[in-house]
Design a protein around this ligand. Structure first.
Ligand code: SF4
Length: 862
């Protein structure tokens, strides 16, 4: 038995995890001593042990589509990059990094690009996530300093969640908040979101405002604060901010946000009268064409009300990714330098001195959307993509794919062999995955934690920092990249933070620069910039600043052709583009395919029924999703998950629809509002297909890949699949069993007693228990009766399928929960006692409460 303390690689909460390896199997539990989670884990974190397998891994370098040795692949990268730099200059090269990288990897990439290749063109997927928050903090405080901790959330009197479905996107922080609310019921929670999300489960007040109208609410709140004696005199530019706010009366706010006056008033009064308040915000605020202004509108109300720089108070931007904050520390964004330095003469000179370079980039580089535009125009001729999947995650993804297809040199470092992005790679470097790599990450509350290796690196996988250093050597900069260990990189990064700092930069972890390897290895989670040190700003005059914000509507507005507004976001059990979580069957059970949430009134108008397939279209692309008709959705707006991509679905990619409209200050795309059209799609048939081996489906079939013991696809089509299935079986000499009715076709194929293929189809999607089918692939049914039961799709003599999975930890389905409610369970705790649901990670408790409300108080539900 071997246990290692490490950190979860998913969201910015940054939970501590204890990984245990026993006879080759990995299991995890929460680390009770870690101050981010004190032992809690959400369902994704709890399932980490299931993601450490090698299926789909990239285990060796690939050069021009062929397996290659490390030397050949690194030499090719070095030679081709050098040739492009020599012919077109450093601005023709770009790196696109990721909040999945460890700080040491990020530091190395930024140093090579900005410090030695000599262009600012390193940006990151964090641009899509929280660059508006960075801009907001820098404008207000003069530095990218998050002025809150998780303890502030727990100890506050009022917690406002705006543009944040923390119950699904930051589950452990949500659980901490829910626990604090149980302990101090007088604590008030306000959720501001167009949707009634799972987070509303603990809210005293929900404001379902018009999509994108949040700035109006906070500018109006500033007006109300000033009218109640707020004092903004200590802050620069307060007059301009307050003058604009003075025109935002409650009535005007209510109209702008499409909210009842009473609801706006209730929120304003709650904020003004709360002794302490924290505002938690994330993508719903940041991903906007005026995202930076929205962040400053939030910061302004905390400054003017004095709910700032003391315990239980502050504007708290949550980071989406595990190391988005680490990326901010090392200068992973194209608009900043390492260690919180900026493109100003004294910082440029200081950094050049520290790195010993004469090639340091002197101007900011291209931000993510502009960067891929420049690739498309042929101005950037080489891009190195590290640990991210821009072909899925950037807006206007068809244009991004076209740009990558045209780019003369695409290098991809990743743990996964086949992604939507890697199909354009000329060179692929196999990177080490979670559990294999070693370094540090920084969470939303500025807490640096160790990610420790507990598994041997498989195949030829290497750490990202090592790959960068090897390429740097081949470009002639080996001396500056002569690290032997991630610890060496960390020490350099920490030393830089204190270099000629003398209290002038908020980010200073130089106390950690001289840790021995042993001490670094044992490093306990450490928070930089303890709370309460922001009384002075980090601007030259040492003052904090309020930014004058004029609320702007979203750029995307509905019209006659595209009358609905599509919102995008995370679902509970998936992470990013699913490369890790999409391989775990139990994480696919909660929501197993792209869905589109639609209000009943819109569904009725468009004649769309719950569970039907739909097509969502914008001027840029089309997505297929299954309708979820829900009272929780605002009329006129839709919601679809952002996770699906070309590996997991045909036409499931939401960014195929999204326009590349960005906030002019932060460069962050407006991913939350896209004008679209929705229509029902009635395919001729829908089916479930299970295959023992890999299969290439006919191109006209709509498919979704699902995790399981064998290849599992949900299909839909206009043309029948029977001929193709029969030809496939004949080609492989399989014995075939068929059951055909007026509307259904069921097929089993066998080879020497082994089940090779199973297919059920009908006009509507047949309900098939995938765990039962997976079991039949492992051990074939032995009797003719059992085989016929399998062919029918109905387990013989057993109860029916459990329904949609609600509790992923214990695989508890909706039918079982409803049955337990019908038999007397009247609380989440009672359901937990009866079925165990909700008793492990607790992520499903909001849904248990929703099912309870629906069954016990149908008129109050939704
Ligand atoms: Fe991981 Fe969940 Fe914690 Fe986020 S909340 S760090 S996903 S365990």
């Amino acid at each position: 038995m071997n246990e290692t303390r490490t950190t979860c690689p998913y969201c910015g909460v940054g939970c501590g995890v204890i990984a245990r390896v026993e006879q080759g199997a990995v299991s995890v539990r929460g680390d009770e001593s870690h101050p981010a989670n004190f032992g809690r884990l959400c369902v994704k974190g709890a399932a980490l042990g299931d993601t450490t397998g090698l299926a789909g891994r990239l285990l060796h370098p690939v050069l021009d589509g062929e397996r290659a040795g490390w030397d050949d692949a690194l030499n090719a990268a070095g030679d081709r990059l050098r040739a492009i730099i020599e012919e077109f200059g450093p601005q023709a090269v770009a790196f696109y990094a990721s909040g999945q990288l460890l700080t040491e990897d990020y530091y190395a990439a930024n140093k090579l690009m900005k410090g030695f290749i000599g262009a600012g063109n390193i940006d990151t997927n964090s641009r899509l996530c929280m660059s508006s928050a960075v801009t907001g903090y820098k404008r207000a405080f003069g530095a990218d300093v998050v002025p809150c901790s998780y303890q502030d959330v727990e100890s506050s009197d009022l917690v406002v969640l705006v543009g944040s479905n923390a119950a699904w996107a930051h589950p452990v922080l949500y659980q901490r908040l829910a626990q604090a609310k149980r302990e101090r019921p007088e604590m008030k929670i306000v959720v501001i979101d167009p949707r009634k999300t799972a987070t509303c489960d603990i809210a005293d007040l929900h404001l379902p405002l018009a999509p994108g109208s949040d700035a109006g609410l906070f500018v109006g709140l500033l007006n109300a604060i000033m009218a109640h004696g707020g004092d903004a005199s200590a802050f620069d530019e307060a007059d301009a901010a307050c003058t604009i706010a003075a025109a935002w009366s409650v009535d005007r706010v209510a109209q702008f946000c499409d909210l009842p006056v009473a609801a706006v008033t209730a929120f304003f009064e709650a904020f003004i009268h709360a002794p302490r308040a924290v505002t938690l915000y994330t993508m719903g605020i940041n991903q906007s064409s005026s995202g930076s202004d929205k962040c400053n509108a939030i910061i302004n109300v905390h400054l003017a009300s004095g709910k700032f720089n003391r315990a239980g108070c502050g504007p708290f931007s949550l980071t989406g990714q595990p190391n988005a904050m680490g990326g901010r520390e090392v200068g992973g964004l194209a608009t900043q330098l390492a260690a919180h330095m900026n493109f100003v003469p004294q910082d440029l000179a200081r950094l050049a001195r520290f790195w010993g370079t004469e090639r340091l980039a002197q101007t900011p580089g291209l931000m993510a959307v502009d960067l891929f535009d420049a690739i498309g125009r042929g101005e950037v001729k080489a891009v190195w993509i590290m640990g991210t999947n821009p072909a899925v995650s950037l807006p206007d993804s068809h244009a991004v794919c076209q740009a990558l297809a045209r780019c003369p040199l695409v290098i991809v470092s990743d743990v996964v062999a086949q992604t939507d992005t890697s199909r354009y790679a000329h060179i692929q470097f196999p990177a080490q995955a979670w559990g294999e790599k070693n370094g540090t990450v920084t969470n939303s509350e500025r807490r640096i934690s160790r990610q420790r290796a507990f598994l041997p690196a498989p195949g030829e996988a290497k750490p990202d920092w090592w790959i960068v250093a090897q390429v740097a050597q081949r470009l002639g900069y080996g001396q500056a990249f002569a690290w032997q260990h991630a610890h060496d990189v960390f020490s350099e990064h920490a030393a830089l933070s204190g270099f000629e700092n003398h209290g002038s930069r908020a980010f200073d972890i130089s106390d950690l620069a001289n840790l021995s390897l042993n001490d670094w290895d044992k490093l306990e989670p450490v928070q930089w910039q303890p709370a309460g040190e922001l009384a002075r700003g980090w601007r030259e005059n040492g003052r904090l600043r309020m930014v004058a914000v004029t609320p702007q509507p979203a750029r995307a507005q509905p019209d006659a052709l595209y009358p609905l507004i599509l919102n995008s976001g995370r679902i509970r059990d998936q992470w990013h583009t699913m490369t890790r979580t999409g391989t775990v069957a139990k994480l696919m059970q909660h929501i197993a395919e792209p869905t589109v949430d639609i209000a009943p009134v819109d569904a009725a108008r468009l004649a769309i029924r719950h569970g039907e397939l739909t097509r969502i279209s914008s001027p840029r692309g089309v997505m297929v999703a299954r309708a979820v008709v829900s009272e929780r959705q605002r009329e006129g707006s839709l919601f679809a998950p952002m996770h699906w991509n070309g590996v997991f679905a045909r036409q499931g990619k939401i960014n195929a629809l999204v326009a590349p409209i960005c906030c002019p200050d932060s460069g962050q795309p407006e991913s939350k509002q896209t004008a679209v059209r929705l229509s029902a799609w009635h395919p001729t048939w829908q089916g479930e297909l299970f295959f023992r081996d890999n299969v290439t489906l006919p191109p006209e079939i709509h498919w979704l890949r699902k995790a399981g013991a064998v290849n599992h696809f949900t299909l839909a089509g206009e043309t029948l699949l029977q001929a193709w299935l029969m030809a496939w079986c004949q080609q492989h000499h399989w014995q075939v069993q068929i059951a055909r009715g007026a509307e259904n076709l069921n097929v089993l194929a066998w080879q020497e007693g082994k089940l090779m293929l199973a297919f059920w189809s009908a006009k509507r999607l047949p309900e098939i228990d995938s765990a039962w089918v997976d079991a039949a692939f492992v051990r074939a049914p032995e009797t003719p009766f059992a085989r016929h039961a399998l062919l029918s799709g109905m387990p013989a003599g057993e109860q029916k399928a459990p329904g949609r999975t609600v509790c992923s930890c214990f695989s508890v389905g909706e039918y079982a929960i409803n049955a337990a409610i019908a038999s007397g369970c009247d609380s989440a705790a009672a359901l937990g006692k009866a079925l165990r649901c909700g008793t492990n990670c607790g992520s499903c408790i909001p849904e248990l409460n929703a099912l309870l409300a629906k069954a016990l108080l149908p008129e109050a539900a939704d």
